[in-house]
Design a binder for this molecule. Sequence first.
Ligand code: DGY
Length: 437
Amino acid sequence: MPLTTTQRQEMLRQAKAVLDSNWREGYTVPGAALYPFQWNWDSGFIALGYSHYDLGRAKQEIRSLFKGQWQNGLLPHIVFHVENDNYFPGPEIWQTEITPRAPRKPRTSGIIQPPIIGFILEVMYQKSAVKRDILAFAEELFPQVLRFHRYLYTCRDIHREGLVYIQHNWESGMDNSPTWDTVLAKIDAEDDRSIASSRRDLQQVDRSQRPSDVEYQKYLHLVDLFMQCKYEDKCIAESCPFLVQDPFLNSLLIRSNQALINLAILLGQNASELKDWNETSIRAMNTKLWNARNHSYDALDLTTGERITTSTSPAMIGPLFARVPSESQAHLIVERLRGSFARDGFYLCPTVMPEQNEFEPQRYWRGPVWININWLLFHGLRQYGFERFAKRVADDSLVLVQKYGFHEYFDPRKGAGGGYGASGFSWTAALIIDWLA
Ligand code: DGY
């Protein structure tokens, strides 16, 4: 049942209250206890939420994120604006001071996250009543966002084919997605230090909803390797067992390139570099990563040359959002989503197919519904004219939040579930604000 006007107003009030309580003088923590710093792609979605009612905060959020940008353009996945012992791995583990390219203050992590600031700026511009103000802000941010994209195409696209690689599953934003299982299986981290007692997340959230200790050990093994390489991309590319071309991250990059191109036109700036990158990337997505049998896009393990054919919904949703597939490809993808993910008894959209062995409805990125993925799906579907399906995605998202609150992720099984991970999660609140607006 769709929400009543009163329910929508109340939800909007609560969503703003979540963002207010997570605001920390200049930036917003994703979740007060579990994530006490600033996260890269979280901030993009959060800024979009603020832009509907407090443009000042939206701008501050993005400016604060770019305080962490490295000299080579890398925009780190976490910016540690303050000290806080409640998160692991904190700045003392990343030790980014070993490279002169990282800022000394604020300290940061040493990896990226999906590049969404480009398209967030454009969406803010499209939805705003004060377009000149947003355009001036976009002009201010443009060189920094462009530097991030240039870093990706220069340092993370070894074959110069328009597909950037990730060197850690955390870079994808989808930490323990089954997509990474075969890649992580190659890493033997048994002799590494045990990190079970260091983990802070398990003090907040039940173990069944988070990655396992063995997985964490591998995640940390990769961080050790980056430090041994002193965060030099060349060294990492030569020695890292995790080098993956991920269709989701590449799609969000493509969408952000397109947004910068559109903004450049409005700003009277040259966008030829962006256009070249984008044409090459879209072509590579459709030739190299498209899986014509599964009607999905595969990730590719660059260390073995093998395709990773595990189908997750984000690998279909990212490309739809970025308008990577042709009309006929899009129809095939949507048919697949309808048949395999939008099943009776499930809320849209499980991140992993419910019939798949890897499906775990409570465990983080191995099945639960995430509101940011639903938001991308909603917009992706509408671009290809699937209005009714898009409406189901929006309705399910609102119902989940109405029933269970502003959680980080939700059990996709109707009647069985609830909300998991952090409660009072910022991007859930921010994207609900965007939907209700
Ligand atoms: C975490 O700590 O769970 C984050 O997702 C890593 O960035």
